[in-house]
Design a protein around this ligand. Structure first.
Ligand SMILES: *[C@@H]1O[C@H](CO)[C@@H](O)[C@H](O)[C@H]1NC(C)=O
Ligand SMILES: *[C@@H]1O[C@H](CO)[C@@H](O)[C@H](O)[C@H]1NC(C)=O
Ligand SMILES: *[C@@H]1O[C@H](CO)[C@@H](O)[C@H](O)[C@H]1NC(C)=O
Ligand SMILES: *[C@@H]1O[C@H](CO)[C@@H](O)[C@H](O)[C@H]1NC(C)=O
Ligand SMILES: *[C@@H]1O[C@H](CO)[C@@H](O)[C@H](O)[C@H]1NC(C)=O
Length: 506
């Protein structure tokens, strides 16, 4: 009977499937139609005929809504395009294809934030979400007045080409879609280039990859239906192959995205296979990520490198760059590692007669370099000499040693990279005992809020006295179980210590 029931249930589910996944029967988006941003049971998005792509609002955490296009048949709802990535709208905001044929996004107060087509001229006759993932506004004659494919954000889809002057800007973080720190641009001079952005601006900063096409030659970046991506000249000649991974759109969803870590990747997602469905790299054998090792690519006199200041970049087994803090340093923000790391210890005191050498030690970091911050160079020295030279110099944050050569480097540590191809060994200077730092941190924190200190100080003092009294009480009651005493000893012992030093810094 159970079996029959579940059978029945499955059949019922199957019956529902075609309707529930697509939301509604496909139709063009006609003039006057609108969608409102709302949680859960809001309007159904505008879907493509196959139901594979949808246009509408996606909620981004608690921050608001993105007007976006996404893969609609996979649980991840991967976003491939958005209109307002730097300007999320709140619940109640509305997108409408107006009676005069404009696609308009109004925020909840009715203020217009985004309109397409941008310039004057005739409005659209209808809109349509196509099966390619392209949202188009079509004129009376079916001509394209505007299409999302012409204004990509961070992703290209098969049949979507990047034209001269077109660019992709990486998102800030994996789930924060604002303009980030990296971009890919097909320059007017015909070169396809990846740059760091001068974050928080989106202007190009330093190039870290390019096709090095001869001036004026590259005209269009093609992403064709077989999954190949290549740069062509105006007459169609292939100049550079970017991705050469053949993929069948019948079986796979496919996209090429510049990720928040600055790598341009080609991803596939199986349409049918039941188990282990996720976005994976398009190929395990040929190029699927550009550049192949971003850690080694971004290294300039200005800026922090592929990771933030005081951190270093290392390619993981999955070929993704990983940012780690140098020993003795920790992330400012665990959720945003590229913001860099802060020192956990007080720097060497240059005024100290002995430079406090005894309080510092060198941590070895093999196959590691921090380029572009050298201020002194020595040759024909040995490693121990280099070590001592850095230890006894308060300006030295790290030294690198290779083959009898020693470079002293200043902070903040930048362009840090660990890679088997690097012959240098970094000799990183850290304070041996970091308790001093903790006290100093407390000192500065307390200074800024004396009254809070006095209150918390007296609370601590009070509670410590209370605990001491408690302790006395229990010890007086004699041998309550031995382990109980041990337990209290653990709690109590650190407290009086706090009390002894707190008044000192008051
Ligand atoms: C969408 O509109 C165009 C032009 O009016 C028409 O050719 C096409 O058949 C329409 N498609 C649907 C599904 O309504
Ligand atoms: C994304 O990150 C930027 C920069 O830190 C921040 O200003 C913005 O509020 C973040 N957006 C979301 C949705 O968290
Ligand atoms: C895509 O490009 C590759 C390489 O140039 C070519 O072999 C393939 O036939 C193209 N596919 C389509 C559908 O045009
Ligand atoms: C296309 O243009 C390139 C130079 O941009 C030239 O070398 C090549 O011969 C041209 N090919 C054809 C088929 O015209
Ligand atoms: C400083 O001390 C904390 C715990 O007290 C420890 O976790 C950290 O690793 C220490 N840092 C250094 C640089 O020794």
């Amino acid at each position: 009977m159970n079996l029959q029931l579940s059978y029945c249930f499955c059949f019922f589910l199957l019956l529902q499937l075609p309707f529930s996944t697509n939301g509604q029967a496909y139709k063009n988006v006609s003039l006057g139609t609108s969608l409102t941003a709302a949680a859960a049971s809001g309007d159904l998005p505008w879907t493509s005929p196959s139901g594979e792509f949808a246009f509408g609002f996606q909620q981004v955490g608690d921050a608001g809504y993105l007007l976006a296009i996404w893969f609609n048949n996979i649980p991840e709802r991967t976003i491939v395009w958005s209109a307002n990535r730097n300007n999320l709208v709140q619940r109640g905001s509305k997108v409408q294809l107006t009676a005069d044929g404009l696609l308009v996004l109004n925020d909840q107060s009715g203020t217009r934030i985004w309109t397409r087509p941008e310039l004057g001229g005739s409005g659209a006759a209808y809109g349509a979400m196509l099966d390619t993932g392209n949202f188009v506004l079509a004129g009376q004659a079916g001509d394209n007045l505007w299409q999302s494919f012409d204004q990509p954000t961070d992703t290209l889809l098969p049949t979507q080409n990047l034209n001269s002057g077109g660019e992709l800007i990486a998102p800030y973080l994996e789930k924060n879609y604002s303009d980030g720190r990296f971009k890919l641009i097909l320059q007017d001079d015909g070169n396809l280039v990846m740059y760091t952005t001068a974050y928080p601006l989106t202007t190009s900063n330093f190039a870290y990859w390019s096709t090095q096409s001869s001036i004026g030659s590259g005209y269009q970046l093609i992403f064709n239906q077989s999954g190949y991506m290549y740069l062509v000249t105006r007459n169609g000649t292939i100049l550079n192959r970017v991705f050469s991974n053949s993929a069948s759109l019948q079986d796979l969803y496919l996209r090429a995205t510049i990720d928040y870590d600055g790598v341009f990747r080609q991803y596939v997602y199986p349409k049918t296979a039941s188990g282990g469905k996720r976005w994976a790299m398009a190929s395990t054998t040929s190029t699927n990520s550009i550049p192949s090792n971003i850690c080694l690519r971004i290294s300039y006199a200005v800026g922090s490198g592929a990771c933030g200041f005081n951190s270093y970049c290392e390619l993981e087994d999955d070929k993704r760059p990983n940012c780690r803090c140098a020993p003795g340093y920790s992330f400012y923000d665990q959720d945003d590692e590229r913001k860099g790391c802060k020192k956990n210890f007080i720097s060497q005191d240059c005024g100290h007669p002995s430079q406090e050498i005894d309080n510092f030690e060198i941590t070895d970091m093999p196959n590691t370099n921090f380029p572009h911050t050298d201020y002194e160079y020595f040759k024909s020295v040995d490693e121990d000499w280099c070590r001592q030279a850095c230890l006894s110099d308060c300006y030295c944050a790290v030294a690198t040693f290779q083959n009898g050569q020693c470079w002293k480097k200043r902070g903040p540590l930048s362009n840090g990279v660990t890679d088997p191809t690097i012959a240098d060994k970094a000799l990183l200077k850290v304070r041996k005992d970091n308790r001093t730092e903790e006290i100093a941190q407390k000192k500065s924190a307390k200074k800024s809020d004396r009254s809070a200190l006095i209150i918390s100080g007296s609370v601590l003092l009070g509670s410590s006295i209370f605990l001491i009294v408690l302790y006395a009480f229990f010890t007086n009651r004699k041998k309550q179980k031995l382990n109980l005493n041990l337990f209290y000893a653990h709690i109590l012992l650190p407290r009086p210590m706090n009390v002894t030093y707190l008044p000192c810094i008051l």
